[in-house]
Ligand binder design. Structure first.
Ligand code: IPD
Ligand code: CA
Ligand code: CA
Ligand code: CA
Length: 270
């Protein structure tokens, strides 16, 4: 893991540098563009930060590969399961960034042959850096995070967005209704990375999302893997790191009860 120790330290320092850049630019006028719809935003900052990482990585680790949300990296003709790959979301929570100037994060992960090595989620506004090197535990700034607490549905707070309110083609949304009735509460931050970081630090007991991309959850999975959190798709299958997928993460007790009693999904994760 020594090789990754250096990559870990370097990635943290680049991420903080990028975060400082975003924070310092908050008072500037932002040019906002639409991607697939008026709800799908991108700003020049998203692109600038992704380019910053690509430049740094190519200079220092020319053999590594990069998958970034804004597609500023290289071609995708490599096999991510046989390489060292950086998965980067330069701003996760762009809508919050544009509207609220908070509740967004930089998400950076490094995987080797498909296995987790480094995960970093940085909230530059609160200056909170969640980070993990596989096998060495997870941290929030300098504080080592504890294995997450076991909770039942009745005593849990779940991160979930409003997609469960309406019919959708990913999942039978009605399955969520009894869950929402029984659970202690739900929260939406608007950044999947920060929602996963909140599970890591115990502020949430679980998080569900019906459709995320690899750069949204790659770093979160590294952190949660260090803390005893169960992570599957919403139909209780293993997560495919390199595809768009649903995500359901939570402590073992909560995840089991959610799957068995509410979603009716047996464990297909092994
Ligand atoms: C989005 C955020 C959001 C989630 C969306 C993502 P972006 O990422 O993580 O919380 O609900 O599915 O696309 O586009 O702001 O990087
Ligand atoms: Ca986006
Ligand atoms: Ca994202
Ligand atoms: Ca993004």
């Amino acid at each position: 893991m020594e090789k990754f120790n250096e990559i870990y330290e370097t990635a943290i320092s680049w991420t903080k540098e990028a975060g400082k850049n975003i924070k310092e630019s908050l008072s500037e006028q932002l040019r906002v563009e639409y991607k697939t719809s008026e709800a799908d935003l991108v700003t020049e900052k998203d692109r600038e930060i992704e380019e910053f990482f690509i430049r740094k990585i190519k200079e220092r680790y020319p053999n590594h590969h990069i998958i970034g949300e804004e597609g500023m990296g290289e071609d995708t003709s490599f096999n991510p399961r046989e390489e060292i790959v950086w998965l980067i979301d330069p701003i996760d929570g762009t809508t919050s960034f544009v509207h609220q100037k908070e509740n967004f994060a930089i998400s950076v992960a490094v995987y080797e042959n498909g296995s987790p090595r480094v995960g970093i989620i940085y909230d530059p506004i609160r200056e909170e850096c969640y980070h993990a090197l596989h096998g060495y535990g997870a941290f929030k700034n300098k504080e080592r995070l504890k294995t997450v607490r076991e909770t039942t549905v009745k005593h849990s707070l779940l991160g979930i967005d409003s997609s469960w309110l309406v019919p959708n083609d990913q999942y039978d949304y009605r399955k969520f209704h009894s869950l929402i009735q029984d659970i202690r509460g739900t929260r939406v931050i608007g950044s999947a990375a920060l929602e996963m970081a909140a599970v890591a630090s115990g502020k949430l007991n679980g998080f569900i999302s019906l459709r995320l991309s690899p750069w949204d959850f790659a770093a979160g999975l590294v952190l949660l893997g260090e803390l005893g959190v169960k992570a599957t798709t919403i139909d209780n299958k293993p997560i495919n790191l390199f595809e768009k997928t649903s995500i359901c993460v939570g402590n073992q007790t909560f995840h089991r009860q959610l799957m068995q009693e509410y979603l009716g999904e047996e464990d297909k994760s092994k």
